[in-house]
Design a protein around this ligand. Structure first.
Ligand code: CP
Length: 303
C-alpha cells in the first residue's frame, strides 16, 4: 500500500506513466468507465476547495467508482476532537482510497501512517500540493511538448504557495530547466523549498520585478496571495495586489509563453487575459481530473 505526500514520492518514470495514462483517458474515456467499479474514494477536506475535491470526485465517478466524504471539518467528528489517526482508521473501514486536504502541514503524512488504505495529500497548509503539480505537469507537457529546457517564472506568494513548492520540486528534476522567482521580499520561497534546486544545481534568480523577467520566460506561473495563511490582515492588504497581470504587461512576453495559475484567482490575473491563447489555467483545471484518475488507478494497482 502506497500513499502520496509529496511529488518526490513519484519517480520521473512514474510521472511519465501517469502522463501517458492521462493522455489515453483523454483519447478513449469509454475504456476507463468501469475501471474502478466497486471502489470508493473518501474525500476528507478540512479546508475549502473547489477544484481539488470536485475533480477527485469527478475522477472516481468517471472511473465507475463511488465517493464519500466531508468538505469541512465542522461536519465531521473532528469538531468533537477526534484525532486524524482515529478518523483515518475509521475511514479505512469504508473506503479504498483517501484524498485529504488539511490546513496543517504534515497532516496527510500523519494520516498515511495510520490509514489502512492509500492517502493522497490534496494540499497541506503552505507546504505541498502534489496533485496540483500533476495537473500542472500534464498542462506543460501538452502545451510545450516536453519538460526540458524551460525557463519557469513563479510569481506572487511564493512563501505560502504550496503549489509552487511542489512545482519547483518536480520541474527541477528535468534537464535545462531554470527558475525566476518573482515575489515581494516578505513572500520569497522558503529555504526548504529551494533545497531541490541547490541539491541538483538548478539555476535560479529571485526578483521583485515581473516586467524585467517577462521577456525571457517560457512559463509564467502566477499565484494568489494566500490570505488564510497570514497572521496579520494589514500585511495581507499591503501585499495582496503586488502583481496583477494585464494584457499590457504581456506585450514583452514570448509568443509561445504559457500562463498558468493553480486557481482560485483573486486579482492577480486580469479576466481580459482569459481569451489570450497563452492562458492555460482552465486547461489545468481539466487536466487535473485526468491526472487524478491516473494516480488513483496507479495507487490501487488497477491495470
Ligand atoms: N488549485 C486548488 O487547489 O484549488 P482548490 O483550492 O479549489 O482545490
Amino acid at each position: 500500500m502506497r500513499s502520496i505526500n509529496s511529488i518526490k514520492d513519484l519517480s520521473l518514470q512514474e510521472i511519465d506513466a501517469l502522463v501517458q495514462t492521462a493522455e489515453d483517458i483523454i483519447a478513449r474515456p469509454e475504456h476507463y468507465a468501469r475501471k474502478m467499479a466497486g471502489k470508493k474514494l473518501a474525500t476528507l477536506f478540512y479546508e475549502p476547495s473547489t477544484r481539488t475535491r470536485l475533480s477527485f470526485e469527478a475522477a472516481m465517478i468517471e472511473l465507475g467508482g463511488h465517493v464519500i466524504g466531508f468538505s469541512e471539518a465542522q461536519s465531521s467528528s473532528a469538531a468533537k476532537g477526534e484525532s486524524i489517526a482515529d478518523t483515518v482508521k475509521t475511514i479505512s473501514c469504508y473506503a479504498d482510497i483517501i484524498a485529504m486536504r488539511h490546513p496543517k502541514e504534515g497532516a496527510p503524512l500523519v494520516a498515511s501512517l495510520n490509514a489502512g488504505v492509500p492517502v493522497i495529500n490534496s494540499g497541506d497548509g503552505g507546504h505541498n500540493h502534489p496533485t496540483q503539480t500533476l495537473a500542472d505537469l500534464l498542462t506543460i507537457h501538452r502545451e510545450k511538448g516536453s519538460f526540458t529546457n524551460l525557463r519557469v517564472g513563479v510569481c506572487g506568494d511564493l512563501k505560502f504557495g504550496r503549489t509552487v513548492h511542489s512545482l519547483i520540486d518536480a520541474m527541477s528534476r528535468y534537464d535545462g530547466v531554470s527558475f525566476v522567482m518573482i515575489s515581494p521580499e516578505e513572500l520569497k520561497v522558503p529555504s526548504y523549498a529551494k533545497l531541490p534546486l541547490k541539491e541538483r544545481g538548478i539555476p535560479y534568480t529571485q526578483t521583485t520585478d515581473l516586467a524585467a523577467a517577462m521577456p525571457e520566460l517560457d512559463i509564467l506561473y502566477m499565484t494568489r496571495v494566500q490570505r488564510e495563511r497570514f497572521f496579520n490582515e494589514d500585511d495581507y492588504v499591503r501585499l495582496k495586489d503586488s502583481y496583477i497581470l494585464t494584457p499590457q504587461k504581456l506585450t514583452t512576453a514570448k509568443k509561445d509563453l504559457i500562463i498558468m495559475h493553480p486557481l482560485p484567482r483573486v486579482n492577480e490575473i486580469s479576466v481580459a487575459i482569459d481569451e489570450d491563447p497563452r492562458a492555460c489555467y482552465f486547461k489545468q483545471v481539466l487536466y487535473g481530473k485526468y491526472m487524478r484518475m491516473a494516480l488513483m488507478m496507479m495507487l490501487l494497482e488497477v491495470k
